[in-house]
Write a protein that binds this ligand. Sequence first.
Ligand code: HEM
Ligand code: HEM
Ligand SMILES: *[C@@H]1O[C@H](CO)[C@@H](O)[C@H](O)[C@H]1NC(C)=O
Ligand SMILES: *[C@@H]1O[C@H](CO)[C@@H](O)[C@H](O)[C@H]1NC(C)=O
Ligand SMILES: *[C@@H]1O[C@H](CO)[C@@H](O)[C@H](O)[C@H]1NC(C)=O
Ligand SMILES: *[C@@H]1O[C@H](CO)[C@@H](O)[C@H](O)[C@H]1NC(C)=O
Length: 430
Amino acid sequence: MIKMSPPARSLIFGVVFFLFLSIFSFSTTNAHSCTEGFLSEAKRRNLVATFCKRYQESNGVEIAMKLKEKPRRLDIMVGAMLEEGTGWLAWGLNPGPEARMVGTQALIGIKNKSNLLWDTYNITTYTKFGCQLLPSPIDLNISNFNFSYIDYLQYHVIKATIVLDPLKYDVSRLNHVWQVGVDVDAVGKEPKMHAKALRNYDSTETINLMTGKGRGNRVHTSNLIRQVHGVLNIIGWGTLLPIGVLIARNFREYPLPCSGWKSYHISCQSVGYIVGSAGWAVGIWLGKASKYYSFPKHGIFGICIFTFATLQMLFLKLKPDDESKCRDYRNMFHHVLGYSLLVVSCINIVKGLRIMYLDENYWVPAYFGVAGCLAFIFLVFEIVSWFNFLCDKFQLRVLCDKDTANDEANSKKVSRDDGKVQPSDTPKNN
Ligand code: HEM
Ligand code: HEM
Ligand SMILES: *[C@@H]1O[C@H](CO)[C@@H](O)[C@H](O)[C@H]1NC(C)=O
Ligand SMILES: *[C@@H]1O[C@H](CO)[C@@H](O)[C@H](O)[C@H]1NC(C)=O
Ligand SMILES: *[C@@H]1O[C@H](CO)[C@@H](O)[C@H](O)[C@H]1NC(C)=O
Ligand SMILES: *[C@@H]1O[C@H](CO)[C@@H](O)[C@H](O)[C@H]1NC(C)=O
């Protein structure tokens, strides 16, 4: 369908190279064990752990567990840093077939400005739909449950002893779920909705306490795929398409006429479209793979981007003959759609970075930097070309070099002595 010109080929090469570089520079830490301080605290509390793990990608929560097989007694200690003035820390077991929020029998510790409170909560579908989450009896045999602050670790810690019902909980497939939130209504002991990033949705795991190994954690199985999704989208929609637009806008006539602009533009947009669509397809797959949560706005924007970009590409084929009125409409449509695509892509990339919780480190600033640079170049070109344009059309001698302005203006005059002078003449296509 698309002929590969030499620029297209070198572009693809560059993209692939950049892609490999980028995948490895995403910051990920796969700390499988817990921190020294937490482990020693667990030992101090007579909890020599069968299992101790720090969930770096999931709110930095640390969990230690000790299973005593005969009475199936499980001692747990769950710690996290609650940095704000208020906050809550939750941990629970889900007796259902999968590790997920709904159905979790949770222990929640709440920190208000002056007190620490703790209680048990039965988490249901109603909770997910936003009904108040209030203390209630749960289906776990719990003792020694308390919530305290460990000064030297700056951790808030839930500690409890649970006797597992062998009919409901299989120690080789134990579904546990944890969460951290900020807003509370401590008077009613009500924790409010947690944040909506991946680090809050990835906070579930099925573990085997016989071996002390966790498995089926989504963080570790799909992080690379998520990164591929992000990188492909940033390169496709976020880099190549804007560059292609820049070429079409600025190398056609003003300020730098370049006869090859069209093939460069088409190469850029085609490669950008292919790379971006691949990234989009990975996104759709990711969305399908995560059953219990979704990112509706990011997804809808994504679908719009893909749809409109596809329309743009299809319009390449549609070439009404040059003189027809249709051509003006086609160009207008092409331009409006093109610019809207850039804006929506930019928004969606920032949304994606926020979902991945990359706004906390250098990713969002880096992306804003790149987008800002492109916008700046665009602006400079725009000013220069309008300046040139005004010189040519209106012979503003005060502003422009007199001779060249005159020469050019004269030559233009000859070619169009119909007298029609409209600014919209300039950005006309082809
Ligand atoms: C305080 C009230 C709470 C509300 C209003 C709430 C609401 C939600 C919502 C709306 C989602 C995402 C749904 C989607 O995108 O389709 C979600 C996901 C999730 N929440 Fe909560 N939540 C609350 C408390 C908790 C607690 C206490 C825990 C942990 C014990 C928890 C753990 C999770 C997990 C692990 C997910 C990921 C999806 C899943 O596994 O089902 N949430 N929550
Ligand atoms: C304009 C560019 C982008 C498009 C068109 C796009 C498109 C999509 C689509 C259609 C989904 C599925 C949504 C759902 O059904 O839940 C998705 C999910 C996702 N996207 Fe993007 N995306 C873009 C940029 C990014 C970026 C830059 C990142 C991060 C670096 C990112 C991270 C994610 C993540 C983490 C998910 C959800 C994965 C999951 O459900 O486990 N996206 N994206
Ligand atoms: C928890 O809530 C569910 C759904 O409303 C209910 O079926 C279950 O009996 C409750 N569990 C306890 C221990 O109250
Ligand atoms: C909870 O576990 C303890 C210790 O095994 C046991 O004595 C007690 O009867 C259990 N309580 C319930 C309600 O099952
Ligand atoms: C919490 O409970 C544990 C075990 O019952 C106990 O050792 C610890 O002192 C308690 N902490 C507080 C702050 O009550
Ligand atoms: C904190 O919780 C206590 C106990 O429920 C309550 O009396 C107090 O008003 C709460 N303080 C704030 C600031 O919410």
